[in-house]
Write a protein that binds this ligand. Structure first.
Ligand SMILES: NC(=O)c1ccc[n+]([C@@H]2O[C@H](COP(=O)([O-])OP(=O)(O)OC[C@H]3O[C@@H](n4cnc5c(N)ncnc54)[C@H](OP(=O)(O)O)[C@@H]3O)[C@@H](O)[C@H]2O)c1
Length: 333
């Protein structure tokens, strides 16, 4: 089958498109005929070798972390889904390869794709959707009366986060540059901060949750926006020790993670708030929850651009600019 892969770490030019063995539907797995996948920064960070301390699969490493397609074959013991079902999913981090004609995955990581979305639209959702649900609900404890600040509201995570938080009833502020204001208004943001001309600490106060998609630079200012007891959930930077243990990271890597996270927790505590880190996890049941919100019209896909499978390198180069609006899609069919 045709797939995108790397045989060594390096720049986006290391991405090859070529023949790789077609996977089989192992016990408990479904074989999916892929229709579309999405680009997430983790894909080109994998190519650069940034994930090596945590996840280090052997070469060739097949690329792509989420996507949508049609179930073509069921492994033994699979129940709940059938051949011909249209599904979407986020794969396990050590078992990537959704930029391919076929992908095999444990059935519990898969959910039926939202019926009102195309495959391209559905493929834009899984990784960012699960990230946002886990960051805002599980880590942040978001409730209908929560006030939530989302950094980089125009990005892949941000465009989903604004809609998800609004769908849950929260009050939402988001940062973006001026040219994204119409988009963020359309997504339902209550307050939009132009990060080029305004400071969040001058404009916002008494927030319950900050979703930090940007890392160090915004953290100190974000603590000033939170109410006492509030939480900043970061998805950027060095993972916490719990995540490192989960992925079997070595002692030195765990030590660096522990020191970095302790420093951030102390910095947050000085402001009377909490710092927490999230490395999202694949989860089919949560994708089914998200599909319900999409089907009742509370969340829509925001697509920056679409590239054919042959142009994964160009899609990565677009993502690496850090200027995309919503998601970049790889169309496979
Ligand atoms: N830990 C996890 O589990 C996890 C999960 C998902 C993502 N992530 C990480 O989260 C980060 C964001 O992911 P993403 O998919 O949303 O990235 P993305 O789609 O590439 O984000 C691009 C957007 O960021 C905006 N932006 C850049 N700098 C900004 C700033 N200083 N203030 C406000 N907006 C800014 C840009 O808007 P302008 O062009 O207007 O500047 C652009 O729309 C990545 O580093 C990714 O690796 C981590």
């Amino acid at each position: 089958m045709k797939a995108a892969y790397i045989e060594s770490y390096g720049s986006a030019s290391k991405v090859k498109i070529g023949e790789q063995p077609k996977p089989k539907a192992a016990r408990g797995c479904v074989l999916i005929k892929m229709k579309a996948a999405s680009v997430n920064p983790i894909d080109w960070k994998t190519v650069k070798g940034d994930l090596k301390p945590l996840v280090k699969p052997p070469f060739p490493i097949l690329l792509g972390n989420d996507g949508a397609g049609i179930i073509e074959e069921l492994g033994k013991g699979v129940t709940g889904l059938g051949v011909g079902d249209e599904v979407y999913f986020r794969c396990r981090k050590a078992d990537t390869g959704t930029y391919a004609e076929y992908f095999s995955i444990p059935v519990d990581l898969v959910a039926k794709k939202p019926s009102n979305m195309s495959f391209e639209e559905a493929a834009s959702i899984p990784l960012v959707g699960l990230t946002v649900l886990q960051a805002l609900k599980e880590k942040g404890g978001m409730k209908p009366d929560s006030k939530v600040l989302i950094h980089a509201g125009a990005g892949g995570v941000g465009t989903f986060a604004i809609q998800f938080a609004k769908a849950c009833g929260a009050f939402v502020a988001a940062t973006a540059s001026a040219k994204r204001i119409d988009l963020l208004n359309d997504l339902g943001a209550d307050v939009i901060i132009d990060y080029h001309t305004q400071k969040i600490e001058d404009e916002l106060s008494d927030f319950d949750i900050v979703l930090d998609t940007l890392g160090d630079d915004v953290q100190e200012a974000s603590y000033q926006v939170l109410k006492p007891g509030g939480v900043l959930v970061s998805i950027q930077g060095i993972p916490d020790v719990e995540t490192m243990k989960y992925y079997g990271a070595g002692l030195m890597v765990r030590l660096v993670g522990a020191l970095s996270n302790r420093k951030k927790q102390k910095q947050a505590a000085k402001h009377g708030v909490r710092y927490d880190y999230l490395f999202m996890k694949e989860n089919g049941a949560q994708l089914a929850e998200i599909a319900e919100l999409i089907e009742v019209g509370k969340i829509k896909a925001v697509i920056d651009s679409t590239y054919p499978l042959d142009q994964v390198q160009q899609a990565f180069e677009r993502s690496m600019t850090g200027r995309s609006q919503g998601k970049i899609i790889i169309s496979i069919d």
